[in-house]
Design a protein around this ligand. Structure first.
Ligand SMILES: [Zn+2]
Ligand SMILES: [Zn+2]
Length: 407
């Protein structure tokens, strides 16, 4: 029997992987444009990092983690999300000043697989650590919005909420708990359990969505500092032209958020998975992980879902395919080297085939143009053919780069 990838994992193969390459490279350049450095942290951490950082009451920690013991009996967990590990790394490095970092990579959650919900899934994300300024929240939200728009996710909107802080949240939690207690009979088993640990989790329950639609919102209980923070975030988003609407019952699936919480919603996915990502502020997270107080805000976007919601038709992966007649094999190989050295995406077949077979390969590879190295080479010329309209010209070999760039 032939071997297959584990349930809930995907092989991302060409040509579809071209979309992925574009999504990842756009992410790198946009994060850099906004001043985010690269960070790389381990794919697995001590289980404690997620138990404390993500929160014991969350579905992620309760049901979805890939936890195992290594050969020395240490409990390790494949990262189910990116933030806890990044904050752990910042603390470990001394937690000095401000750190703006971006990452991309695989995350792991044991869930029932469906389209856009995989056991190994990919996120791009960033964290802005060491500031509690509302400007940072707005910048993070804006970057995510610009990224999703630039990559072609249709009708992106931002849903925004504030979850309060240590000052005002306890009052809200008690109000919510009392409200939910009155409706115990309507709640599912999971929600009854999380009601004890963290009543806000109940707002996140898909099964109980109808029951909690009118539940109290944290936004009605904000203290003055939290109100000011929210209105500053809103005015920054307004002036940046980022469309958002308030979502009073948005709580996100992780326990560590304070104040700002947000999600990006697109129109191209099923209702259950319209969110392509989100994030929020997590001013208490560093202390949960045993570090000093470090405010921070961040986001994570699901690349699998973004890939599902953008058009699959992508730009050609090759600028040119070099084709040659039997006699000019060596010349064609030399030309390929020259073109590649100038950064032009070029390829050819690894062995000599008929012209017809070479043209067919050029088509299949999605090249924009074909350069034919044949008898014209003797007079320093090649045949240059566009594959979209089939038109061709004879040009001097020194004109090839200019001609390709003009297409
Ligand atoms: Zn429920
Ligand atoms: Zn507050």
């Amino acid at each position: 029997m032939s071997l297959r990838a584990p349930k809930g994992t995907d092989d991302i193969l060409p040509p579809h992987s071209r979309v992925w390459r574009r999504l990842l490279s756009t992410w790198e350049s946009m994060a850099e444009a906004y001043g985010y450095d690269l960070i790389m942290v381990p794919f697995f951490e001590s289980t404690e990092v997620f138990n404390r950082g993500v929160g014991e009451s969350t579905e992620v920690v309760q049901k979805q983690m890939y936890t195992f013991e290594d050969k020395k009996g240490r409990s390790l967990t494949l990262r189910p999300e990116g933030t806890a590990g990044v904050v752990r790394a910042f603390i470990q490095a001394g937690a000095q000043g401000v750190m703006k970092v971006a990452y991309s990579g695989a995350m792991f959650r044991y869930e029932q697989p469906q389209a856009g919900r995989r056991r190994q899934f990919y996120q791009v994300g960033l964290e802005y650590l060491g500031t509690d300024a509302a400007d940072a929240d707005a910048e993070v939200i804006e970057l995510g919005y610009r990224y999703l728009t630039a990559t072609g996710v249709p009708d992106v909107t931002v849903q925004l909420n504030s979850l309060g802080d240590d000052e005002c949240r306890p009052t809200y939690i008690e109000a919510l708990r009392a409200w939910l207690e009155e409706r115990r009979g309507l709640l599912c088993q999971d929600s009854l359990r999380t009601l004890e640990m963290n009543p806000m989790r109940v707002l996140d329950c898909k099964v109980c969505a109808g029951v909690v639609a009118d539940a109290p919102s944290p936004i009605d209980y904000l203290c003055e500092a939290c109100q000011t923070h929210l209105s500053e975030v809103r005015s920054r988003l307004d002036s940046a032209g980022v469309p958002y609407r308030l979502a009073p019952r948005l709580v996100r699936g992780l326990d560590y958020y304070t104040r700002t919480a947000f999600e990006y919603v697109g129109s191209a996915l099923d209702a259950a998975q319209t969110a392509v990502g989100g994030g929020g502020r997590y001013d208490g997270l560093a202390e949960l992980l045993g570090g000093p107080p470090v405010p921070g805000v961040g986001l994570a976007l699901g690349v699998d879902r973004i890939a599902l919601s953008v058009p699959d038709a992508v730009d050609p992966a090759l600028d040119v395919f070099v084709v040659n007649t039997d006699r000019y094999r060596a010349e064609a190989r030399a030309l390929l080297s020259t073109l590649r050295a100038t950064g032009i995406r070029s390829d050819g077949l690894p062995d000599q085939r008929s012209l017809k077979a070479q043209f067919k390969a050029a088509d299949r590879r999605g090249a924009v143009a074909v350069i034919v190295v044949g008898d014209e080479w003797e007079s320093g010329q090649v045949v240059a053919k566009r594959l979209d309209d089939g038109s061709q010209v004879v040009i001097g070999s020194e004109e090839i780069v200019t001609w390709l760039k003009s297409l």
